[in-house]
Every structure is written in structure tokens, then in C-alpha cells.
Design a protein around this ligand. Structure first.
Ligand SMILES: [Zn+2]
Length: 70
């Protein structure tokens, strides 16, 4: 599994690869940029704002196969 984290100090986002067992035991990743452990996990949901769906949300003219908006 890959988990996404964001550094609260420098706003760097980075991925942490760990097994489910390791995640359950508690991860304490450090920011690869500034070395801070003041990080928070980024959960899914932001994905809808990236990729092809973003243009559908913004343009309003992208409704078509796979868009699921009509
Ligand atoms: Zn950082």
C-alpha cells in the first residue's frame, strides 16, 4: 500500500509505502524535504480534482461517455 502524506511545515507531499500491518501499527514518516515528522496523512478525495474529471467540473461541456454526469 502507498499512503500519501503532507508536511505541515513545508507543505511537501510525499508517498510512504508500507504494509497494512505496518500502517496499523502506526507510521511516523518524516518529510523527505525538511525532515520534519510533523506530517499528516492525505486521504482520498482530492483525486476527483485531478485528471479528466477536473475539466468536467470546470468546463461543463465535457459531459460524455464515462463522465457520469448525465
Ligand atoms: Zn517538510
Amino acid at each position: 500500500m502507498t499512503y500519501e502524506y503532507r508536511c505541515r511545515d513545508c507543505d511537501e507531499t510525499f508517498d510512504v509505502t508500507a504494509s497494512v500491518a505496518e500502517k496499523a501499527a502506526g507510521l511516523s514518516p518524516e518529510c523527505p524535504k525538511c525532515g520534519s515528522s510533523n506530517v499528516s496523512q492525505v486521504f482520498g478525495g482530492f483525486g476527483v480534482l485531478s485528471g479528466s474529471r477536473a475539466s468536467g467540473l470546470g468546463g461543463g461541456s465535457m459531459c460524455g461517455p464515462g463522465a457520469g454526469c448525465c
